[in-house]
Ligand binder design. Structure first.
Ligand SMILES: Nc1ncnc2c1ncn2[C@@H]1O[C@H](COP(=O)(O)OP(=O)(O)O)[C@@H](O)[C@H]1O
Ligand SMILES: [Mg+2]
Ligand SMILES: [Zn+2]
Length: 342
């Protein structure tokens, strides 16, 4: 029995595609009429990418990616008006696509608003990562004269833009702390989004993503919210990190508060030398959450779903070695997070 390349659960026999539930496929691609495979090889993708490079339409970010459009009967790469984005695993990060897809599904399981995504085979069988764009939606009342749907764009800004940080210079993507970002989110959107942000920081810690920096946090002001989560990867699968998170947690990393000692593990401090839930609770208080009740609920939920997450990692499309490593990272982080209780 194949595992669904969207929800990572077993597929049933009567679905159209071997590796997708009909319902899952429809929710990402809005049709069952297209093929369950992308119409090009890695090499052809690279050629397309090179051709597009000089164009002003390319999507920003580190990984090679192209815009994809889902037409009624087929999928095609396009320069404008794409409905989806495809990313290939960079050569130096094998199975990054499988890793990102799994990490996104763990976020979704934990109730975080998360971009819809799927794994899909290239012509020669390698899995690419495909995500449905959350910055546009189909205009339900309008179809163009040529029969195509019309899409309405939702404006989004990443934290570099929103917080007015210049794109020049060193260390720019980590020019703020999570506290500063959280305070900013609280000030423009209030408690609910600040809580969503805090949960996202905690979960990134749990799955070993040290790449949750200012370009991977975005807002949609017209919707009064953060965008759904995107670009979530267990980066510890590829390199050891000495920092544990993409940004510093609190503003006083060199100060002498109890909490600073707690995670910095300084001489004479009473801390553990790594982040625990008390550090994230401190972040919650500082960014203005009136109560930590819902954060406690999130911790309980995380403990309750630990075995489900373990199961998801085991049934994912990563190879055995990567599964084992992913699980090791997840267990290590969960143990750190809850250490004071054990
Ligand atoms: N599902 C999506 N919908 C809309 N925009 C997206 C989506 N996923 C990513 N993006 C945008 O594309 C940019 C690059 O994508 P990202 O996944 O961060 O790639 P990279 O790994 O190269 O950084 C992001 O900074 C974000 O602005
Ligand atoms: Mg990114
Ligand atoms: Zn499914």
């Amino acid at each position: 029995m194949e595992i669904c390349k969207i929800c990572l659960k077993e597929n049933n026999k009567d679905s159209k595609f071997e590796s997708y539930h009909d319902k899952c496929f429809r929710s990402v691609f809005e049709t069952l009429k297209v093929k369950d495979q992308l119409p090009f090889t890695r090499k052809e993708f690279k050629t397309k990418k090179a051709r597009e490079k000089s164009s002003r339409f390319s999507i920003s970010g580190m990984q090679p990616k192209l815009s994809l459009k889902v037409y009624e009967t087929h999928l095609e790469t396009v320069e404008t008006n794409g409905t989806h984005i495809i990313k290939l695993s960079p050569e130096e990060y094998p199975e990054c696509s499988e890793n990102e897809h799994l990490s996104m599904e763990i976020f979704r399981l934990m109730g975080i608003r998360t971009a819809e995504c799927a794994l899909m085979k290239l012509k020669e069988g390698e899995n690419a990562y495909v995500t449905k764009r959350f910055d546009r939606y189909k205009n339900p009342t309008y179809t163009k004269t040529n029969g195509e749907d019309e899409y309405v764009k939702i404006h989004q800004e990443d934290m570099m833009q929103a917080m007015g940080i210049s794109n020049e210079g060193e260390g720019k993507y980590d020019a703020k702390t999570y506290q500063q970002v959280g305070e900013y989110i609280f000030s423009i959107f209030g408690t609910i989004e600040a809580l969503e942000f805090l949960k996202t920081v905690i979960l990134n810690f749990c799955i070993g993503n040290d790449d949750y920096h200012l370009k991977n946090i975005s807002i949609q002001s017209e919707k009064n919210r953060l965008t759904p989560s995107y670009d979530i990867v267990n980066t510890l699968l590829y390199a050891k990190s000495d920092r544990e998170l993409g940004l510093y947690l609190l503003n006083d990393k060199d100060g002498d508060s109890e909490f600073s000692k707690d995670f910095e593990g300084k001489e004479g401090g009473k801390g553990y030398g790594f982040y625990t839930y008390s550090c994230f609770n401190e972040l919650g208080k500082r960014i203005g959450l009136p109560s930590l009740k819902l954060v406690d609920k999130f911790y309980n939920d995380l403990k309750n779903k630990r075995s489900t997450i373990t199961q998801m990692i085991q049934s994912s499309y990563l190879n055995e070695e990567h599964k084992e490593k992913y699980l090791e990272v997840f267990n290590m982080r969960m143990d750190k997070l809850f250490k004071p209780d054990s």
